[in-house]
Design a protein around this ligand. Structure first.
Ligand SMILES: C[S@@+](CC[C@H](N)C(=O)[O-])C[C@H]1O[C@@H](n2cnc3c(N)ncnc32)[C@H](O)[C@@H]1O
Ligand code: SF4
Length: 447
């Protein structure tokens, strides 16, 4: 078992972060929270499909491999029951503005099941006519039947997993994926009217060099996606045992990772993309790019979003929901999840009920992750005197900054280009929980 490296920090897709969730938030709590949703709440639904055909060794997602379809079909029965159960607790409140299927690989679903799952969701919840429907797509084995089914289910945005096109890197991560099959998936989506495309790529993978990464990115840019997500590989074998399959000696060091992040960002920016938050890029007219430029960008469990829903409802094993009252997470193991749903109860096993003193910190961390700015005036406007301890932290950071990571602004600061690689560490200074309890050593390296 490896140990967590020093200096590990979270990605702040929530505050407090998931390691601080506890069993005090259970199915009864979540039922109460759902029942208290405002009637006019804007809802975002996330459905998790925790299955893949093969396991990529770098994978940090909650998934498992299966060669048979029976476990997927059994899981879908539980998911369908959960959808109806959650909708009953929500009692018709709220309108769905966003639907996202993630995984694992939702593209493992057979076409008939794609349609059935979409029907269950649209029967159980009220959808806005222009609701967005996004799906994470593994281009390997993504055939015409699945393309047709997703298009018929109303797909509006596809997030296509590339990671890396280099053959040597692919063999070091157990993911063989040609440029041609990726292009075929993209063309198939476009031919069916799916206009909005995101591509995921990763830097810091074993055997990767700046040159090989730039070649991958040239391939990604040739696909002309609206958005590119460029994640830094999170090597956490103490949490994801299969990552031990990766030869640690082949992993780029911190300095090489920094060179990769900088070279990759410059290449994507040179192609005309706007930088969005920590690790995203978007073409200037894209909703995410506009939100980033206007300071409206939000961050939740799904990463960056252009507009925050009043409630994010997580469906499926391990799915996390964010309601005004707090965060709630379902049982992670598919068996445990299905058993709970089979007993007719919600599958929530842990979560976090937000306290008043969490709110200014959550706000400050989210704005840093989105705008790369600490704006004391805006924080005071939203939180009054409760902002002062955070303003004091910000002042202390600026005073102690000898490396030019921060540029002072009014009572706050902006994170400089140099400071960008340290963004998560800077945000962590406003986290009241980091370094406490079980969470202390569980996150990955920041750069
Ligand atoms: C659920 S997967 C995407 C859909 C599909 N399963 C696929 O791989 O094509 C979500 C994304 O998380 C990113 N990811 C997974 N593990 C990661 C890790 N350890 N570090 C950084 N990014 C990771 C990958 O870029 C991946 O595309
Ligand atoms: S990266 Fe995607 S395809 Fe690979 S194991 Fe993870 S979820 Fe599955």
């Amino acid at each position: 078992m490896s140990r967590a490296p020093a200096g590990a920090v979270p990605r702040y897709t929530s505050y407090p972060t998931a390691p601080h969730f506890h069993a005090g938030v259970d199915d009864a709590t979540y039922a109460r929270w759902l029942g208290g949703l405002p009637a006019d709440a804007a809802l975002s639904l996330y459905a998790h499909v925790p299955f893949c055909d093969t396991l990529c060794w770098f994978c940090g997602c909650t998934t498992k491999t299966t060669k048979r379809y029976a476990p997927v079909a059994a899981y879908l029965r539980a998911l369908t029951a959960e959808i109806a159960l959650v909708a009953r607790h929500a009692q018709g409140r709220g309108t769905v503005r966003h639907l996202h299927w993630g995984g694992g690989s939702p593209t493992i679903l057979e076409p008939a099941d794609v349609l059935a799952l979409s029907r269950s969701l649209r029967t159980a919840f009220a959808f806005a006519p222009d609701a967005e429907f996004a799906v994470e797509i593994d281009p390997r084995g993504f055939d015409g039947g699945r393309l047709d089914a997703l298009a018929a289910a109303g797909l509006t945005r596809a997030s296509v997993g590339v990671q890396d096109f280099d053959r040597a890197v692919q063999s070091a991560i157990n993911r063989a994926q040609s440029f041609e099959e990726t292009r075929a998936a993209v063309e198939g989506l476009r031919a069916r009217g799916v206009r909005s495309l995101n591509v995921d790529a990763i830097y810091g993978l074993p055997g990767q060099t700046v040159e090989s990464l730039l070649r991958t990115l040239d391939g990604v840019l040739a696909l002309a996606p609206d958005r590119v997500a460029l994640f830094g590989y999170a090597h956490v074998p103490w949490m994801k045992a299969h990552q031990a399959m990766i030869d640690a000696a082949a992993l780029p060091g911190a300095e090489a990772r920094l060179d990769m992040a900088r070279a990759a960002s410059a290449r994507i920016a040179a192609a005309g993309y706007v930088r969005v938050g920590l690790d995203h890029f978007a073409i200037p007219g894209d909703g995410l790019a506009r939100a980033a430029v206007d300071g409206r960008l939000r961050r939740n469990f799904q990463g960056y979003v252009a507009e925050e829903a009043d409630a994010l409802i997580g469906l499926g094993a391990s799915a996390i929901g964010g309601l005004p009252q707090g965060h709630a997470q379902n049982a992670s193991a598919t068996g445990d999840y299905a058993r709970r749903i089979g007993e007719g109860r919600l599958a929530t096993v842990r979560g976090y009920a937000l306290r008043a003193d969490d709110l200014p910190r959550r706000d400050a961390i989210e704005r840093l992750m989105c705008d790369l700015k600490f704006d004391a005036r805006a924080l005071r406007r939203r939180h009054g005197a409760a902002a002062e301890p955070l303003v004091a932290i910000a002042r202390g950071l600026v005073a102690a900054d000898a490396e030019g990571l921060l540029a002072p602004e009014d009572d706050g600061f902006r994170v400089t280009e140099r400071g960008r690689a340290h963004l998560r560490g800077i945000a962590a200074r406003f986290d009241a929980y980091l370094g406490t309890g079980v969470a202390a050593a569980r996150h990955s390296l920041a750069v």
